[in-house]
Design a protein around this ligand. Structure first.
Ligand SMILES: N[C@@H](CCC(=O)N[C@@H](CS)C(=O)NCC(=O)O)C(=O)O
Length: 300
């Protein structure tokens, strides 16, 4: 695992006087209120250790994306588990970082970045040593299309299909009755999440709603199968942030009620892509994170 090292604008912003090449000094960050080390000189610029902290939930699809990206880049980071089923993400200290009341949030030396796809591109900008965006404009557009599909279609529909078998089961294991959930939901600062939780506490997810969500997912999977008939990866010849953005949704479909949707009999190219994604050490590292809360009835 490499140390995360700041480069570019951040490195240039470090005062260059008073530090001999090859030596290191301890510095204090006013913003974070903690210390960091200014360590090396390269090309006349100073580099310093940079601190990455990821606030995330072990099985959240958006958190998994970011963990895969960090692992692909070999970046060390502090993993802070935000227990969504204890409502840690609604606590004032978390909301200061992410007022949308969702995970993940990345703290990079006191700079907070939210929205998983934004975080992916941010990491690729700050740590280009391992590049995860193609240079060709057409391939970049394809990569961003898959990031859009992940956010615009896959996310909401996966959440719908996950509610009955996963989220409701977790609330039950925590002893939250539907009445408790309605009361708790009233404390959620984000009206979109509050109203959805209220609706689900009241009615759960109906078969009709679930079928509609699976239909939308089927549509995206058809797009993937078609795309992968032309190239090995979603953006083309290279593995990219587009693959990283979609992989957690394929993992989730496999553990829900209709795993055949991503199986080789139905979608051979997608199944072969999924196999290659899972073989990557970074994927394995990111998905090895387990829930520290032993009461979770969900295992994957
Ligand atoms: N667009 C956001 C979505 C984040 C999101 O919805 N995260 C889920 C976990 S994957 C969450 O925190 N849900 C909490 C809740 O619904 O209360 C992103 O990509 O970061």
């Amino acid at each position: 695992m490499q140390r995360a090292v700041a480069t570019g604008i951040q490195a240039r912003s470090v005062p260059a006087n008073g530090l001999a090449a090859g030596s290191s000094i301890r510095c204090f960050s006013m913003r974070r209120g903690d210390e960091y080390e200014l360590t090396r000189e390269r090309n006349g610029e100073y580099e310093r250790d940079t601190m990455l902290t990821l606030y995330n939930y072990w099985s959240s699809v958006c958190s998994q994306k970011v963990r895969v990206c960090l692992a692909e880049k070999g970046l060390a980071y502090e993993n802070r588990h935000v227990n969504l089923f204890e409502f840690d993400h609604w606590k004032p200290e978390y909301l200061k970082m992410n007022p949308n009341a969702v995970v993940p949030a990345l703290d990079h030396d006191g700079h907070i970045v939210i929205e998983s796809n934004v975080i992916l591109e941010y990491l690729d900008d700050c740590f280009p040593q391992v590049r995860l965006s193609p240079q060709d404009a057409n391939a970049r557009a394809r990569m961003r299309l898959w990031m859009f599909y992940s956010e615009g279609v896959a996310h909401e529909n996966i959440a719908t299909c996950s509610y009955n078998p996963r989220h409701a089961a977790r609330h039950k294991a925590k002893g939250h009755t539907n009445e408790d959930l309605k009361r708790i939901a009233a404390g959620c600062p984000n009206p979109i999440i509050r109203n959805r939780l209220l609706r689900r506490a009241e009615h759960g997810v109906s078969d009709a709603e679930e079928n509609e969500a699976y239909e939308a997912l089927d549509f995206v999977l058809d797009r993937m199968e078609d795309c992968l008939s032309r190239a090995p990866w979603l953006a083309g010849a290279e593995y990219s942030l587009g693959d990283i953005a979609m992989a957690p949704y394929i993992n989730r479909i496999e553990v829900l009620k209709r795993p055949e949707m991503v199986g080789a009999a139905r979608r051979p190219r997608l199944a072969s892509w999924w196999q290659r994604v899972q073989e990557r050490p970074a994927f394995q590292q990111a998905f090895a994170v387990k829930n520290p809360d032993a009461s979770d009835p969900v295992q994957r």
